[in-house]
Design a binder for this molecule. Structure first.
Ligand SMILES: [Zn+2]
Length: 294
């Protein structure tokens, strides 16, 4: 059975690009008799503010999206579904990587990294800093020429030069919190996720997580069907996530904008000729998946 996930990070109000992605994941599952997991990525606790967590539930209800696994509301998230409950699972994977000598400690400061123009140049790889040193990040040993190949459900054959594009990325932060790449991979494996729609901005993460899944022999992830979709731009050609706050779904709802308008946009962005017939998320189920064009 196909299992997809909706995985927002509650560090800001959701925008139309998020809704587009949620609907795609929901549609992938529901149109094939599959299940949907709601996973709220709240590992970065100080940024996971209550208003942003509420916004996730309000948005899903507004869109008419339901889910089979995951929190029913903010209280249930805190009690049972927060990523903080799964820290032992993330640390288990980190320890496995450590045992297999795939990690090194990095003592570079934020300023050092800013000076190195983005890509980490493995400055600390040969310093042999002990991993248990306080205030160091853990990075993965990654060959500079590492290239990841996979077949995408919408984009076809993909290759990503992970070594050149991302370098030795962080797996545990200086504050000992597991990084997004390991937590996301561990969660997808834990909940049996086997298909996901992702924005093209997450292509580097897909490649990074595939690399880790190979190191850790996590076959459920290496066999996951990925569907990467274009990012939704605003009228000025900017990514929505970078636009001003006025495009947030929270703002649209407060202005009384109906979800059917968003669903009409969804059809437009997906290349579907719906002629205004889509009034609720359920109406999307009559559209064959093969008619989505990206
Ligand atoms: Zn370093």
């Amino acid at each position: 059975m196909i299992i997809t996930r909706i995985a927002p990070t509650p560090s800001g109000y959701l925008h139309q690009g998020n809704a587009f992605n949620f609907l795609l994941n929901w549609l992938l599952a529901r149109s094939q008799g599959g299940k949907v997991l709601l996973r709220i990525d709240d590992l970065d606790a100080p940024r996971a503010k209550p208003e942003f967590i509420n916004d996730v539930f309000e948005t899903l209800e507004w869109l008419g999206i339901d889910w089979d696994m995951g929190p029913t509301g903010p209280d249930d998230l805190a009690a049972a579904w927060s990523q903080s409950h799964r820290l032992p699972i993330y640390n288990q994977l980190l320890n496995k990587l450590r045992t297999k000598s795939h990690l090194f400690a990095c003592e570079c400061s934020r300023k050092d990294l800013a000076d190195s123009s983005g890509l980490y140049t493995r400055t600390c790889l040969h310093k042999n800093i002990a991993l248990d040193t306080p205030d160091v990040a853990w990075r993965v040993k990654l060959e500079a020429d590492a290239i990841i190949h996979f077949t995408d459900g919408w984009q076809g054959a993909m290759q990503f030069a992970l070594g050149q594009e991302m370098g030795s990325f962080v797996l545990r932060r200086r504050d000992d919190i597991p990084a997004y790449q390991i937590a996301s991979l561990a969660d997808d494996n834990h909940f049996g996720v086997n298909a996901m729609a992702r924005g093209m901005d997450l292509l580097p993460s897909t490649a990074a997580q595939l690399y880790l899944a190979h190191l850790l022999d996590i076959n459920s992830f290496t066999q996951t069907q990925f569907y990467h979709h274009p990012l939704i731009m605003d009228d000025t050609g900017q990514k929505l996530s970078k636009s001003a706050g006025s495009v947030s779904l929270n703002h649209l709802r407060s202005e009384g904008v109906p979800a059917s308008l968003l669903l009409a946009n969804f059809c437009k962005w997906s290349g579907i000729e719906a002629d205004g017939a889509v009034k609720s998320a359920g109406d999307l189920l009559s559209i064959p998946l093969s008619s989505l064009k990206f």
